[in-house]
Design a protein around this ligand. Sequence first.
Ligand SMILES: Nc1nc2c(ncn2[C@@H]2O[C@H](COP(=O)(O)OP(=O)(O)OP(=O)(O)O)[C@@H](O)[C@H]2O)c(=O)[nH]1
Ligand SMILES: [Mg+2]
Length: 298
Amino acid sequence: MTKSGFAAIIGRPNVGKSTLMNHMIGQKIAITSNRPQTTRNRIETVYTCDDGQVIFIDTPGFMRKTANKLGEYMMDVSVGTLGDADVILWLIEPSSYIGDGDREIAAAIRKVSTPVILVINKIDTIKHEQLLGIIDTWKDLCEFDEIVPVSGLKEKNLSGLLDCIFKYLPEGPLLYDEDTLTDQPMRQIAAEIIREKALQLLNKEVPHGIAVTIERYHVREDGLTEIEASIICEKDSHKGIVIGKGGSMLKRIGQAARRDLEELTEGKVFLKLFVKVRKDWRDNPVLLRDYGYEKKES
Ligand SMILES: Nc1nc2c(ncn2[C@@H]2O[C@H](COP(=O)(O)OP(=O)(O)OP(=O)(O)O)[C@@H](O)[C@H]2O)c(=O)[nH]1
Ligand SMILES: [Mg+2]
């Protein structure tokens, strides 16, 4: 009998949730960056093996304070996922410090009855001897069902984590077709790849105020994919920064995105980027909905 179910990946921003999910399924679906608040939406990916299926749910990092409506939306997504899953993977940095943000996550977890695995990530950055001290600090913060050290990026102990996850999944048939990898449509993945490059290449506060919309996505008969996308920024002054001197920044973002898009589509991509300003869109409910940040009725 196979087992199938949902594993929610939660934790503070930048702890490596999206990186772990990508490495668990062996393909880059969720974007990652060294800036906090990279992920803005719930993203499901599917891992299928002989034992069954794990549907991973990547979530935005928990924030203590939200500065705008986009932040509120992101927190709603994260908190809403807790009760939806068969098992929660709470990811933390390998540190012996427990911050107020972590205590708030613990409080949110205590409100649901879902089993919790504490996943100590990024163990490639510490010495093995430090691990016991870290486990000792965290072990009593919640009633953890398991504590599992891993490195998502360096793929350390991922099979150990998978075994643990399967313990908490119900018996049942596969929930998705075994070829399914994600619930994200290609257009959405393409928009996210462009946003990732903007996050990685731009400085200061600019990247956090960026959204990307796909205006046109067309696969030609000869296999070439034509994509037209708009990079939305929230201030006039940001538009110039996104375009750069003589268009140099926009060109860099486009080149980096095209490389990834060609890998994803396994073919040639023609990418055309536009830059638009939509003042303070992160607080505008209509624009938030247009850009895909809208609560789905469940
Ligand atoms: N050394 C090391 N770095 C890692 C590991 N996992 C993730 N990182 C790095 O940590 C940073 C954040 O990774 P993300 O996967 O974007 O983190 P996240 O938790 O999804 O962040 P948000 O979406 O902002 O909440 C990136 O620079 C990753 O390369 C790991 O196992 N080891
Ligand atoms: Mg993320």
